[in-house]
Design a binder for this molecule. Structure first.
Ligand SMILES: Cc1ncc(COP(=O)(O)O)c(C=O)c1O
Length: 332
């Protein structure tokens, strides 16, 4: 039996239909701008999110890095959450490769950054300081959906203070499906949005950065610089197009499975954070290593952390949920 892998939604494998679409993709050299499948993916996703241009890149990390470097110059600063992917989990790329200083702020329980704290962190125009240039948000943030009114307030603040606003929308489609909104309604508040095709959407590789043509031109140059210019990348873009056509609505199944998993674990006495999308956060404390070993024996994979994150996705069917709850129930 295949393991139930709850470590991340990045572990999914392409379905037979997706593999078929990949093998039939029309190809060209994308560094010359000649891969029709990449061009179609960039144009169609940008349009779907309400932007004039898009850029296909190998990873979400690269997409965020290019966005930060395209918005900010050397010696500029971006405000970001302490737990945000762009700050904590991307190897410090903005600082290392872009000479962009992060100004991290502690996030709130709902996944937002308190906009009063954001405003207070914007530095005065003074040569002692880095120039605050950008606010970076994440949606979903640890599985939580940022409310639209919050996004509108962030937009208002950044416009008023002359900052750009970037969204790490690795899981933008989870946020859209959960809220019953078109993704463009969320994306429309931002100057740039990075979307991952290789998380809940189920493609093997790739992200798309969307923005205005000027920003995307800058990002294209930066993509080449960091080695992200790919050639017959249409084989990968075809997977992304397939995912965007057929694997968006089904995210609701992942959310329902996560909800049921959360309820089941709560029923066993675990402290479980409210579940909104495909992530279940459970307090397990110091016995995490023993729990991990126990679950492994039952064919269930988790990442060991005292605040345990369980992620549902395309390769975790509804039938897996009772098995996981049962495995937790037999952990003593
Ligand atoms: C919120 C978020 N942003 C960005 C990324 C980076 O994506 P990648 O692994 O493709 O670099 C991830 C990866 O897990 C993520 O969870």
């Amino acid at each position: 039996m295949n393991p139930i892998d709850l470590r991340s939604d990045t572990v999914t494998e392409p379905t037979p239909g997706m593999r078929d679409a990949m093998s039939r993709a029309e190809l060209g050299d994308d560094v010359y701008g000649e891969d029709p499948t990449v061009n179609r993916l960039e144009a169609s996703l940008a349009e779907r999110l309400g932007f004039a241009a898009g850029l296909f890149v190998p990873s979400g990390t690269m997409s965020n890095l290019l966005a930060l470097m395209a918005h900010c110059e050397r010696g500029d600063e971006y405000i970001v959450g302490q737990q945000a992917h762009t700050y904590k989990y991307e190897g410090g790329g903005a600082a290392v490769l872009g000479s962009i200083q992060p100004q991290p702020l502690e996030g709130e329980a709902d996944g937002s950054l308190d906009l009063r704290k954001v405003e207070a962190a914007i530095k005065a125009d003074d040569f002692h300081f880095a120039r605050t240039r950008l606010l970076a948000l994440e949606n979903t943030m640890q599985g939580k959906v940022l409310p639209l009114e919050y996004l509108a307030a962030a937009r208002e603040l950044t416009r008023r203070r002359g900052l750009a606003l970037h969204l790490d929308g690795a899981r933008l489609f989870n946020a859209a499906v959960r809220s019953g909104l078109e993704p463009s309604v969320i994306a429309g508040h931002f100057d740039s949005v990075s979307v991952c095709l290789s998380k809940g959407l189920g493609a093997p590789v790739g992200s798309v950065l969307c923005g205005d043509p000027e920003l995307i031109d800058k990002a294209r140059r930066l993509r080449k610089m960091v080695g992200g210019g790919m050639r017959q990348a249409g084989v990968l873009a075809a997977a992304g197009l397939y995912a965007l056509d057929r694997q968006v609505e089904r995210l609701a199944e992942d959310h329902a499975n996560a909800e049921r998993l959360g309820e089941g674990l709560r029923g066993l006495g675990y402290e479980v954070e409210p579940v909104q999308t495909n992530m279940v956060y459970v307090e397990v404390g110091p016995r995490i290593a023993a729990l991990k070993a126990h679950l492994r024996e039952q064919g269930i994979l988790i990442t060991a952390a005292p605040r345990l994150r369980l992620v549902t996705h395309l390769d975790v069917g509804a039938d897996a949920i009772p098995r996981v709850i049962e495995a937790f129930a037999t952990f003593h």
